[in-house]
Structure formats: C-alpha cells, structure tokens
Ligand binder design. Structure first.
Ligand code: ADP
Ligand code: MG
Length: 329
C-alpha cells in the first residue's frame, strides 16, 4: 500500500452532517481551506506524541488515536475555544493496515464527537511520531488566558486528578493494582476526556485557565507566574480527587498518603481544567459545571503573595516536594 492509498483509505472521509461550515476544503489538495466565521478569532495549538516518550511501544492503536487528538482538544478547552478542525503529521515505521485501521477509528471517533474533522496532514516513514495541530474559534477578547488570576479569586479543578499517574506507576512496576482499578486508571491515562464543554461554559466566568498536563502544582505555577500572584491549595481536598480513592478495591491497596499526594499534585497526564474565578462568581461556576456535565471542585484560592502554599484539613502548612514533569529537567 502506497502513501496516497494509505491517506485515502484511513484518513479521508466524505464531509459528515456535523462538518463545521468553516471547513471549505479538507484533505486532497495542497492546502485545506478554512473560512473563519466573520468576527471570530482562531485559537491554534500543536501537541506531539513520541513513542517511548509519551506512550509505550505497543500501546493500543485506537486509544493512541484518541489520545493524540484529546491532548490537542484539551488545549482548545483550556482557552474556551470551539473546535473547527485539525491536521495530523504522522511518521510510521511501516504501513501496518491493522494498526492504521484501529488508529484512525480511535482518532476519528473523537473527532466526530467534537465535530472537528481531520482536514490535512503529512505522512512519512520513520519512528512512530504523531503531531496534531488543532484550530478552534472564539469571540475576540473571550479567550481564557493564564494571566487573569487575581488575589481573592477561587481556584478550581475539573474531574479527577492523579489516576493517569497511578496507572503509569503500575504499568512500570512501581506499584501493583487490582485488575479493575488498573483498568479504570489506565483508561484515564490512555483515553483522557478533553473538557471542551466546560471550557465553553467558562467563557466570561473564569478569570484564568489552563489544562493540567504536567501535574497540578507545576501547571498552577504557570498561572501564578503569568498573573503575578500566589495560591493556597488544600491538599485534604486534592487527595480525594483521585478516582481510585472512591473505588472499593483501593482500600486493599493501602496507598500511603504521600504517594497519593504525588499522584494528585504532580501526576501529569490529567488533562483536566485548572481555573480561577472571582469569589462572586461561585454560582456561575457551579452553573457552568452543571451545564457542561463536568464535576468541578474548589481546591484553594489566589493570594497576592507569590508562591504556592499547601495546607492540610486543619489549615496548617504542608511541606511540599512534589516536582512536576519537565522533559529537560
Ligand atoms: P504535499 O506533497 O502537496 O504536501 P501530500 O502528498 O503530503 O501533499 O498530501 C496529500 C494530501 O493528503 C494533502 O491534502 C494532505 O493534507 C493530506 N494528508 C497527508 N497526510 C495526511 C494525514 N496523515 N492525515 C490527513 N491528511 C493527510
Ligand atoms: Mg503540495
């Protein structure tokens, strides 16, 4: 099978009913043609997944397809943008048809869920590497940025934290999990849910936002740095956000709290939204959570003094040594 057969067979599809009107021309010519809705702004982001770095060799191809797009959609969610389309630059060791069929199914199923079609890309032979660029739209001035947090704002996070890290620890043999718990946490590692609906609902409500990809504290640091503020985080709340803690099987695992803090505070691969909002907007945040069907938890607050202060349930300081993920550290 040649390069062009491969593209035609696995990546080219007739426009569907949910095809956004902004996509005038998709795969097949030298460029895709996108027509922005008059008055709207593009939000554009790229994320690359490298075998051996971001995922294990032999990862289920359908899950890999899902994750490659999910981590990109997560960036649109973090800005409050509505997805329009994406491109895929793909390096493949060989044209393995069974692999391609599953990969494209996982990829395009998530694309359909968000009405975000694949509009172009590049295909080359080489070590397995997936680079996606997504386009989204947003009314000018409404993007959720990292720089808008103010002292007195509440700090919130969506969904659960630390599950992907727990699965990674188990898959790399550093801890052991009962099968059902491994399955549930592995799903969070391999098939994260981009919080698009929540991002849209938070337009005009959140003062700052980003998606948590490298660990809560490290990513919170980006908001604090960009906004010139500090924060207090209640670790008695964040430790309960690991979904594993709610499953009956985990009682038998006897995780030590320090390990659970490591997973929830610095786990990585969560793809949840971390955002701030003025205290007066609490009801609006709750309404956004309800409207988008996304759980949201208040985990702390923004303060004028720079730095992150961790506290326990009694409000006493917790000494922290939880480092986030950094490719070059
Ligand atoms: P060119 O050589 O002009 O850059 P290519 O021959 O690489 O174009 O690609 C032909 C068409 O297939 C283009 O429309 C391109 O966007 C699309 N394409 C190539 N690889 C992919 C891919 N992995 N996913 C989606 N579209 C792709
Ligand atoms: Mg060309």
């Amino acid at each position: 099978m040649g390069e062009f057969d491969l593209i035609r067979r696995y990546f080219t599809r007739a426009p569907t009913k949910t095809h956004p009107p902004q996509v005038e021309l998709g795969i097949g010519d030298d460029c895709a043609l996108l027509l922005p809705t008059p008055g709207m702004q593009w939000a554009v982001s790229s994320d690359m997944l490298v075998e051996g770095r971001h995922f294990f060799a032999g990862t289920d191809p359908a899950r890999l397809g899902h994750k490659a797009l999910a981590v990109n959609l997560s960036d649109l969610a973090a800005c409050g943008a509505r997805p329009v389309g994406f491109t895929l630059a793909l390096a493949l060791p060989k044209a393995d048809e069974a692999w391609l069929a599953e990969f494209s199914q996982g990829l395009l199923a998530l694309a359909d869920t968000h009405a975000c079609p694949l509009v172009g890309g590049d295909t080359t032979q080489g070590p397995l590497n997936l680079c996606i660029t997504v386009w989204g739209e947003i009314p000018p001035g409404q993007a959720l940025l990292r720089s808008g947090a103010r002292p007195g704002d509440d700090l919130f996070v969506s969904g659960t934290l630390g599950d992907a890290r727990l699965a990674l620890e188990a898959l790399q043999g550093r801890t052991s999990l009962p099968p059902t718990l491994l399955q549930a946490t592995r799903q969070r590692l391999e098939q994260p849910t981009p919080r698009i609906a929540l991002g849209l609902a938070l337009r005009g409500v959140a003062s700052a936002a980003l998606d948590v990809s490298d660990g809560l504290l490290g990513d919170l640091g980006h908001i604090l740095h960009a906004s010139g503020v500090g924060a207090c985080v209640d670790t008695s709340v964040t430790i309960k956000l690991i979904a594993a803690s709610a499953l009956p099987e985990s009682a038998a695992c006897h995780f030590n709290p320090d390990f659970l803090h490591q997973c929830t505070l610095a786990g990585g691969d969560d793809y949840e939204l971390l955002f701030t909002a003025p205290a007066a907007a609490r009801a609006a945040v709750a309404a956004a959570a309800r409207a988008s069907g996304t759980p949201v938890t208040r985990i702390g607050g923004i303060e004028a003094e720079p730095g992150i202060r961790l506290i326990n349930a009694q409000g006493q300081p917790v000494v922290h040594r939880y480092a986030s993920f950094d490719h070059f550290a």
